[in-house]
Design a protein around this ligand. Structure first.
Ligand code: ADP
Ligand code: MG
Ligand code: MG
Ligand code: MG
Ligand code: MG
Length: 441
């Protein structure tokens, strides 16, 4: 028995944990888990637990549907919102198939691969995602789009339970080892943001998943639904998951160069160059649903053009003013519906391609691009992000660098999902059509 296993088994005992959830995500970033009684922990940690992967989205593969969950001991955490009942802890797992081979369709494995490529070049990838979400009222056990509060950006204490939910989420996440940096009311009614400290990409991807189900679980205790949908309501701001990214080498921020222009190192410039070059393909991962594209429209601080800037918040990549250890590039297109493992892997692969091939980004765009006419945009070679799931999927399929890191299994499943979703959407009769046509025709 390895020492790490002995240590964690002692921990499980002293925490008086009764059940353990073995957690992973499907290709869409949906958390899945099986629960085992604590006495099975040793077996799970040494041998792993077999399960049938064939009914998990993006896993299906008839010839080898038996898979093993391999808990990552570093991810052990007691679920703080279940204290009152029998105590529950969780592990996030890697997935293997026969012969202990990593499973190609495991999103966490995709990120492992990208991280290994960065490590070969001496880099660690750090990410700091900012998750926005709405708190909606429920009716008969189902979520509605009715607001819980009518606060505004940075408003103090909305006069209702939204403030309590946010506080409880912050407390629970802190218990689970997150370092919370800030939480505040967002621009739209009933919209909130909680920011936690950046970390290596694997840890933060795990945390994005934990963040979402902790927030949902706690909101539910207040009879509210926490929604991470990108654009739940037309005409008001959607929810984003801006992701700050930086590379470090030997523990030092590799984006910072006090002597360079803007104090941004060549590494930083090439990373940005790589992100912009592959931006259209990354969109398939960062904006994975039909609904995601309704957020990427002008007017709500969400990006729709491919550009970068040190200042304005309409650019796709923004370089915040902080330097030194905080030197970073903020990638503003992702929304919280994304699978964080696949999104961070795609960002990293794009950035590394920029560094390997010394891809310089085009000139910065410091004015508000929403106000730029098409001619000026053309002159400045500012391209648009894809406008739909099919368009971003087409961009992904053409992008060799991203296809290579994701692998055939993931790319073909993403393509299947994009086609299926689009067909289903196209067959639906939308409420807009009824509003527009029913009475008139
Ligand atoms: P914004 O100004 O876009 O609202 P926030 O202050 O809400 O940004 O979030 C900033 C995020 O950037 C935090 O998650 C923070 O931990 C993260 N961050 C800070 N320094 C770095 C870095 N060097 N690399 C990656 N992320 C970082
Ligand atoms: Mg923020
Ligand atoms: Mg308001
Ligand atoms: Mg925000
Ligand atoms: Mg931001």
């Amino acid at each position: 028995k390895p020492a790490a296993v002995t240590k964690i088994l002692k921990r499980i005992e002293s925490d008086k944990v009764k059940f353990i959830r073995l957690q992973f995500t499907d290709i869409q970033g949906q958390p899945k888990n099986v629960s085992i009684p604590a006495i099975q922990a040793e077996k799970a940690l040494t041998e792993g637990i077999w399960f049938d992967g064939s009914s998990i989205e993006g896993f299906a593969r008839v010839e080898e549907s038996d898979m093993i969950l391999k808990p990552d001991v570093a991810t052990y955490a007691v679920l703080p919102w279940r204290q009152a009942e029998a105590k529950v802890a969780r592990f996030i797992c890697d997935i293997q198939t026969y012969g202990n081979k990593p499973f190609d369709g495991d999103p966490r494995y995709t990120l492992h691969k990208a991280i290994a490529e960065a490590a070969k070049m001496g880099f660690t990838f750090n990410t700091g995602p900012e998750l926005e979400f709405f708190l909606f009222r429920m009716f008969n056990g189902l979520p509605t789009t009715e607001f819980e509060d009518h606060g505004d950006y940075f408003d103090l204490a909305p006069t209702d339970s939204a403030e309590d939910v946010r506080r409880d989420v912050v407390l629970a996440l802190s218990d689970m080892g997150f370092e919370i940096e800030a939480s505040h009311h967002e621009v739209a009614d009933s919209q909130h943001e909680i920011d936690f400290k950046y970390g290596d990409a694997l840890t933060t991807a795990d945390r994005v998943i934990t963040f979402k189900f902790a927030t949902k679980s706690i909101a539910l205790q207040y009879g509210l639904h926490a929604s991470f949908m990108a654009k739940p309501i037309a005409g008001i701001a959607g929810s984003g998951m801006h992701t700050h990214g930086s590379l470090s080498k030997n523990g030092k921020n590799a984006f910072y160069d006090p002597n360079a222009e803007l104090q941004l190192s060549d590494t930083a410039m090439y990373y940005i160059g790589g992100i912009l070059k592959h931006a259209r393909a990354i969109t398939r991962l960062a904006n994975p649903t039909i609904n995601s594209y309704k957020r990427l429209v002008p007017g709500y601080e969400a990006p729709c053009y491919i550009s970068w800037s040190a200042a304005n918040r309409t650019a796709l990549v923004r370089v915040p003013a902080a330097r030194g250890n905080s030197t970073r590039a903020e990638f503003r297109s992702p929304d919280p519906m994304c699978n964080p493992y696949l999104t961070f892997a795609a960002m990293l692969a794009a950035g590394l391609d920029g560094i390997k091939n010394k891809i310089m980004p085009p000139e910065m765009t410091n004015s508000n691009i929403y106000h730029m006419d098409e001619k000026t945009r053309k002159k400045n070679k500012i391209e648009m992000l894809p406008g739909s799931l099919m368009e971003s999927n087409a961009a992904l399929v053409k992008d060799d660098v991203l296809c290579k890191i994701l692998g055939e299994h993931v790319v073909s499943n993403l393509t299947r999902i994009a086609e299926m979703e689009t067909e289903s959407f196209n067959l639906a009769v939308h409420p807009w059509e009824l509003d527009r046509y029913l009475a008139t025709y």
